[in-house]
Design a binder for this molecule. Structure first.
Ligand SMILES: [Zn+2]
Length: 122
């Protein structure tokens, strides 16, 4: 099950059939249209936005991802690199801002996968 979720999340695939794309454009750093989503799966017709405001919940996923990123980088800095706090905070700010569009998409894809299980279509 985890393998199915990770496949869908990191390949921008429909959580229901793993064939259609969720986001219209593959590149998450295409800043003008990185957030454009298909309404339905092109393969199975699964509706991605179940109800208005469905994706507000993805903000919690995004928050959890950023807390995880902070903890991992903090641990690496504390035990291996040992840079001072200002340098670490500058690195953290730059890394979070530069990953913002990617995090946005990953969080939405995780959120969709919380509510839809993969079903093999033949
Ligand atoms: Zn589908």
């Amino acid at each position: 099950m985890i393998k199915n979720v990770l496949y869908s999340v990191f390949n921008n695939k429909c959580p229901n059939c793993h064939n259609g794309n969720v986001f219209k454009f593959k590149n998450p750093f295409f800043f003008k249209k990185f957030d454009k989503m298909n309404d339905n799966c092109s393969h199975c017709g699964h509706k991605f936005e179940k109800e208005p405001g469905f994706f507000y919940g993805a903000m919690y996923v995004s928050y959890a991802l950023m807390v995880g990123w902070f903890l991992v980088t903090w641990a690496i800095n504390s035990f291996l690199i040992k840079a001072d706090a200002i340098a670490f905070l500058i690195f953290l700010a730059i890394s979070i801002i530069s990953m913002m569009t990617y995090t946005f998409r990953i969080a939405r894809l995780f959120w969709i996968n919380f509510f839809t299980r993969y079903q093999e279509h033949k």
